[in-house]
Design a protein around this ligand. Structure first.
Ligand SMILES: NC(=O)c1ccc[n+]([C@@H]2O[C@H](COP(=O)([O-])OP(=O)(O)OC[C@H]3O[C@@H](n4cnc5c(N)ncnc54)[C@H](OP(=O)(O)O)[C@@H]3O)[C@@H](O)[C@H]2O)c1
Length: 322
């Protein structure tokens, strides 16, 4: 199969395009002809050797990538939910090896679902990891219900652009935080109010929120309590030791002081049920992946360099020709 692989950690020039042995589907796995994947910041963190969960990553040669979108070309023993020819999308777990920057991918049947009608390969490949992160943060981490108010920090990014739309679809009022250049985009995604972080202090707002979802990792829990309602949640995507410690302490404090805001760190997991909920929102027209740029697979290095600018508006996709 054709893949992007690396034999050492380093800058984007360690990424090579070439042939790698094709995987075989193990029991409960499905083999996919992969048409699209996306670049996530974790990819260039792993590439450079800086990812905190580095020990989970298999030995070199290493094929990066979490997102996949394509057709089933074979099923392993014990798989009944999928058949050859099905259109699917999903996400690979780092523990199972990454390996979606490739035209053939083997993945657990529990980590994919059928692609909703009308979603093309590029959109499907853009969706799983970031949409699952946003869904798991808002539904499982913050328990968002209709009528709640949510602040999404980093609203124009990969996770943020899904989070604004998902929070809206859940019936929440959304305040987006982004640069002024992306204010109109955030409104189009469904934000009722936009804060330009370059002009306003995000934590000095008259409004109180049931959830502050910091998708970018710019803020901390304690100062954020100033804009949280009783029982509100601060959710971060950054699993730093500091954030994990704060999460544990805030859980204990909430036991002693019911109603005190709580911190939560989302750590995305592949989950076919969550992905089916996301597919349902897409099918209902409530969620549309926002695509910034599309690169052919062999230009993964350029795609990484662009992602590292942290200026992406939505997702950066790698398109894969079979
Ligand atoms: N824990 C997990 O499971 C998990 C899952 C997914 C992602 N993550 C992490 O979450 C972070 C975001 O991921 P992503 O894919 O959304 O990144 P991304 O798409 O690269 O984010 C780019 C966006 O960041 C915004 N941004 C940059 N600086 C900002 C600031 N100071 N305030 C507000 N927005 C700012 C930019 O908007 P402007 O140009 O408008 O500033 C841009 O639209 C990464 O660190 C990633 O590793 C963690």
């Amino acid at each position: 199969m054709k893949a992007i692989y690396q034999t050492a950690y380093g800058k984007s020039d360690v990424l090579c395009f070439g042939d790698r042995p094709e995987p075989r589907p193990g029991p409960k796995e499905v083999l996919i002809q992969n048409y699209a994947t996306s670049v996530n910041p974790r990819d260039w963190l792993i590439r450079s050797g800086r990812y905190q969960l580095q020990f989970l990553v298999p030995a070199f040669p290493l094929v990066l990538g979490s997102d996949l979108a394509g057709r089933v070309i074979a099923v392993g023993a014990g798989v009944s939910e999928f058949q050859v020819g099905d259109r699917v999308f999903g996400m690979k777990n780092p523990c199972d090896g990454l390996a979606t920057y490739a035209d053939v991918v083997s993945v657990s049947a529990k980590h994919i679902t059928h692609t909703p009608e009308g979603l093309d390969w590029i959109q499907a490949g853009a969706t799983p990891l970031c949409a699952l992160t946003a869904w798991q943060a808002l539904v499982k981490g913050a328990g968002i219900k209709p009528g709640m108010s949510v602040m999404v920090i980093g609203a124009s990014g990969g996770v943020g652009s899904f989070a604004v739309q998902i929070a809206r679809a859940l019936g929440a009022r959304v305040t987006a935080v982004c640069s002024g250049a992306n204010a109109e985009l955030a409104r189009r995604l469904g934000a009722t109010r936009v804060i330009d972080y370059q002009r306003e202090d995000v934590l000095k707002q008259p409004e109180r929120f049931d959830c502050v979802f910091d998708t970018i990792g710019r803020h901390r829990f304690t100062p954020s309590c100033a804009i949280l309602n009783q029982g509100g949640r601060f959710v971060s995507t950054i699993p730093s030791p500091q954030n994990l410690k704060v999460m544990a302490i805030s859980k204990m404090r909430a036991l002693l002081q019911p109603g005190h805001p709580r911190a939560h760190v989302v750590m995305v997991r592949p989950d076919a049920k969550d992905l089916a909920e996301i597919a349902g929102l897409i099918a209902a027209g409530q969620l549309t992946p926002l695509i910034d740029r599309v690169y052919p697979l062999h230009e993964a290095a350029q795609a990484h360099d662009y992602s590292r600018t942290l200026r992406a508006r939505g997702k950066i996709v790698l398109s894969i020709q079979p």
